[in-house]
Design a protein around this ligand. Structure first.
Ligand code: UN1
Length: 522
């Protein structure tokens, strides 16, 4: 039954007729939400932004499918959103935390209830397959539930402290910053837009969200669930438009107390460097990944091949957590590579709404050219072993489809160091596990990493030495991808994140509030 079958990123397959029948109905409801003018929302008021500047947003799977005519906010609109959030901040902060948590619990339930239409919209808007889109929606609901659970476990982050004399009463409380800006990416247009928004809200900040223009409809529908659940219109505002104008105006506004940004290393680092206005501002950044898979000679190759393929090609390699480089001990290299190539060739690519499709399109023409230039480089400097071409047969001609690709390339070259964000994995042999770990750690990024080995000594060595925030050993459902709230906290080390604290983990919410120690002498 659909009510009891829950899709997570660890779901390997779901040949569940009820689930797919419910999804098919969700697609019909989703279609009715597409195509129209999509205003942004400030203080509950719909705004159409700059006249004549709406973005004609098309599906990456089919250019003939109009997702939305997306309004573009002006600098004044952004300033209005921040002002409205600023005015409402004291009221929301004064709302008891139990009430805030209750509203957000309700929002999580609404998101779960709407999961089929939300994920169908997402599939059409960003090209994610059925299970991955359902996973994104359910992850959002579970992230929100987890943050509610954290608030309750910490009693709203307020606790009595020791006292130095009998006359003094002392407390430690976590207080919100005021207005929090959330700048979200296209690839998890629910989880990475709505969950940080919920985290900021639950601790008492008001929020201005700027979704990606390539995932905005999904993000706005997520906001609707929050408003419908009872988040006051003054507490949550959403503005749409390009990062260079709308995003920049938002993060530079001095009334914004803190920022969450998920996206590229370059933008995240620029934001982090520029973050301080008159005083330092917290910035919660989750940036890129160049996530390694290490296959040891004692690996179970069934697990290694499946786990690598799922993480390299899941959502067309467009996850910060995607596996994009493989270091394989020489004795098993030939067999591993042959089997990975066979597995890549078997991936079903096509319309992400189809039940049997594993891999949809990449997001846009820029992603196709990144893919093509990586393939060209691999053919010059190494060998393309699987894929390496655009797929444009029949209806796929109307979308950005490329084949899952495995290449052998120079181990010190660009294909082993640059994040490409396409379904492309580079493989190379190594002489030892330590060599593999050294190479894995040489990247300035450190988000996720995977090891396949049945040797306990290898596992211990990997866990002791690897510089990454999310690590997996022998995981068939994803060598480097598929973290779930409350199960695998998700955050990066080094250039992959700013604070060393992870989403869906026990230390996440504290980033959204500042400590106040209170001493009251009687
Ligand atoms: C991202 O791509 O930015 O572990 C996040 C995963 C997902 C998160 C990916 N939960 O694959």
């Amino acid at each position: 039954m659909t009510e009891t079958f829950r899709v997570t990123y660890a779901t390997l397959s779901a040949d569940n007729d009820d689930l797919h029948a419910a999804y098919d109905e969700g697609i019909e409801r989703a279609r009715a939400m597409l195509g129209g003018l999509r205003p942004f929302v400030i203080g509950g008021e719909m705004r159409e932004g700059i006249a004549g500047a709406a973005l004609d947003e098309r599906s990456p799977a089919d250019h003939d499918l109009r997702v939305a005519n997306l309004a573009t906010a002006s600098a004044e609109d952004v300033a209005d959103a921040v002002a409205a959030a600023h005015v409402h901040a004291p009221t929301w902060a004064a709302t008891p935390w139990q009430d805030r948590a209750e509203v957000l619990d309700r929002a999580a339930d609404l998101i779960s209830e709407r999961r089929f239409e939300l994920s169908a919209v997402m599939a059409m808007e960003v090209g994610k397959n059925r299970l991955e889109a359902l996973g994104d929606v359910e992850e959002t609901a579970d992230l929100i539930r987890y943050y509610g659970h954290q608030m309750r476990e910490h009693q709203g982050f307020a606790q009595p402290m020791e006292r130095l004399s009998p006359e003094e009463a002392t407390f430690d409380v976590m207080r919100p910053y005021g207005v929090w800006a959330v700048v979200a990416p296209f690839n998890f247009p629910m989880a990475l837009a709505i969950a940080p928004t919920a985290a900021a809200l639950i601790v008492g900040n008001t929020v201005v969200l700027k979704p990606s223009e390539q995932g905005a409809l999904t993000s706005i529908l997520g906001c609707e669930a929050l408003w419908d659940a009872g988040i006051p219109p003054g507490a949550l505002h959403v503005v749409t438009g390009p990062g260079e104008t709308v995003g920049r105006a938002l993060v530079q506004d001095p009334r914004v107390g803190g920022i969450t940004f998920t996206g590229s290393y370059d933008v995240g680092m620029a934001l982090y460097r520029a973050r301080a206005g008159a005083w330092p501002k917290p910035v919660v950044c989750e940036m890129g990944g160049k996530n390694p898979v290490i296959v040891g000679e004692a690996a179970d190759l069934d697990l290694a091949v499946e786990g690598t393929a799922r993480s390299a090609f899941g959502y067309s390699g467009q996850k910060c957590s995607a596996a994009s480089r493989c270091y394989v001990e020489r004795s098993v290299y030939g067999e591993f590579v042959d089997r990975l190539v066979e597995r890549a060739d078997a991936v079903v690519v096509g319309d992400p709404l189809r039940r049997d499709v594993f891999m949809g399109p990449v997001i846009d023409a820029a992603a196709v050219s990144r893919y093509e230039s990586a393939v060209a480089e691999a053919s010059q400097t190494g060998r393309v072993l699987a894929g390496g071409r655009r797929i444009d047969d029949g209806a796929l001609e109307r979308g950005y489809f490329v084949a899952p690709t495995v290449v052998e390339a120079p181990i010190d070259g660009r294909l082993f160091s640059d994040e490409l964000f396409v379904p492309f994995v580079a493989v190379a042999p190594v002489s030892s596990l330590d060599d593999a770990i050294d190479r894995a750690n040489a990247s300035p990024l450190g988000l996720t990493a995977g090891l396949f080995s049945r040797e306990q000594a290898d596992i211990d060595r990997f866990l002791e030495r690897i510089d990454a925030g999310v690590v997996y050993v022998n995981r068939k459902s994803g060598a480097t991808t598929g973290a779930w709230p409350g199960v695998q906290p998700f955050g990066g080390w080094k250039g992959s994140g700013t604070n060393g604290k992870a989403g869906g983990g026990p230390y996440y919410l504290q980033q959204y509030a500042r400590e106040q120690s209170r001493t009251i002498v009687s």
